[in-house]
Ligand binder design. Structure first.
Ligand code: IMO
Ligand code: MG
Length: 387
């Protein structure tokens, strides 16, 4: 068989997937991606920046990745790629690369950064603090960096690599000396075409600049569209998994139809340890919101669901689920005055017993028309199981 037809056969068997936040972010994407990453050649971030906080437990140690894709570096297979749709704070990336280097000095050589990505400057972070408090921004400079990009005043990593040496350039040089590659998609495409790719979304569909609850959104594309605008037209994900908790959380301002208040909120927050991985802020909490999840699946291009944190609701007799609003949401504006309607389904004593989860999961599938493909009931990789 010649090389071309051998390549063709391989191409047909490759399966790329995407793992996106289905709702308001913080659904456990990092944990899921980390658990699945050993089966893929690349784990690819395509949107957002260090506003993401992806929590991972490796050998009992907690890591928070803000920019670094959630690849399991103990597994020999996956490499990490930071795509051009991201906005990158080089100092923060340098910190995360150093963590990787400390784990093993050969690991940074598995990290590739697209030099077409734009950078976040200190003034972007200052601007966030001054102007975006009412949105509940993480103050990581994300919005202002995308504004610079769109207004054609931005700086790409590539510009720094050409230009005179500055502080940021020092970070690039140090990362290069640790082994990090700064190579664009055009250079890597031939290799990636025959590889299996796992796209790791940041934020969630309801925070997407086009489809989220504007103006309480982040400034990047967190739907499947972000993968394509990052240049991956040649690598369509066969399955797009949306990750959602079996309840709902949100950081930052804006409408949250199923939000709990006071004692009930406090209890759920403590049970789930719902504090922001990036900012440490207490997260707003509420019951699962199926109209929002259905909207997010449709707008986000989600084909399958992954539900997380079942262990947190262990021991509840009945679990509330919002199954409808008085008026179904047809646009993101409809979330601002939504009136949620609830049912309860039997709860579970122990989320490790699959049978007890059936009523809840069947109801999610009925409302979203998406199959639940994986569930997670703990922080260990073995707690992520196919459903
Ligand atoms: P991961 O990837 C949850 C929220 C902020 C704020 C709004 C705008 O961990 O799921 P920004 O800093 O982008 O200007 O903030 O978006 N937000 C997130 N919420 N998870 C995230 O990322 C988020 N990234 C941004 O709280 O409401
Ligand atoms: Mg997070």
């Amino acid at each position: 068989m010649d090389i071309v037809s051998a390549g063709f056969l391989r191409l047909r068997t490759v399966m790329n997937i995407a793992v996106l936040g289905a709702v308001w972010g913080d659904e456990g994407k990092g944990h899921i991606v980390h658990s699945l990453s050993g089966k893929y050649d690349w784990v690819i971030r395509f949107n957002g920046g260090a506003n993401a906080g992806h929590t991972i437990y490796r050998d009992g140690v907690k890591y928070v990745h803000n920019l670094m894709p959630s690849f399991d570096w103990r597994s020999p297979r996956p490499k990490a790629f930071l795509g051009s749709g991201m906005v990158i704070d080089l100092e923060q990336l340098h910190k995360e690369v150093t963590t990787l280097w400390n784990a093993n000095s050969s690991f940074p050589s598995r990290v590739y950064v697209d030099p077409d990505a734009f950078i976040v400057l200190p003034e972007h972070k200052e601007e966030d603090k001054r102007l975006n408090g009412h949105i509940g921004s993480t103050n990581r400079g994300i919005g202002p960096a995308y504004v610079s990009k769109i207004s054609r005043k931005g700086t790409r990593i590539r510009d720094l690599m050409k230009g005179p040496s500055e502080v940021s350039n020092k970070f690039i040089k140090e990362m290069q000396s640790m082994g990090v590659h700064f190579r664009g998609l055009m250079e890597l495409r031939r290799e990636m075409e025959f590889d299996e790719l796992l796209f790791e979304g940041a934020q969630g569909v309801m925070l997407d600049i086009n489809h989220g609850i504007y103006p309480y959104v982040s400034c990047s594309e967190s739907t499947v569209a972000g993968i394509y605008s990052c240049g991956f037209h040649f690598a369509k994900p066969e399955k797009v998994y949306g990750v959602a908790k079996c309840y709902t959380t949100k950081v930052g301002e804006g409408p949250f139809p199923t939000e709990l208040q006071e004692k009930e909120a406090h209890e759920l927050r403590e049970r789930g340890n719902e504090y922001g991985a990036t900012t440490g802020r207490p997260r707003r909490v509420g019951w699962i919101d199926l109209p929002a999840l259905d909207y997010a699946c449709q707008k986000g291009g989600i084909t399958n669901l992954i539900l997380t944190k079942f262990d947190i609701l262990n021991g509840m007799d009945k679990v509330p689920m919002c199954v409808a609003y008085e008026k179904p949401p047809m646009s993101s504006s409809d979330f601002f005055d939504a009136k949620p309607q609830y049912i309860t389904v039997p709860g579970w004593k122990d989320a490790k017993d699959d049978d007890q989860l059936v009523p809840f999961i069947q109801r999610v599938e009925k409302s979203t028309h998406c199959y639940v493909s994986y569930i997670s009931c703990g922080t260990d990789a073995k707690d992520v199981k196919p459903w």
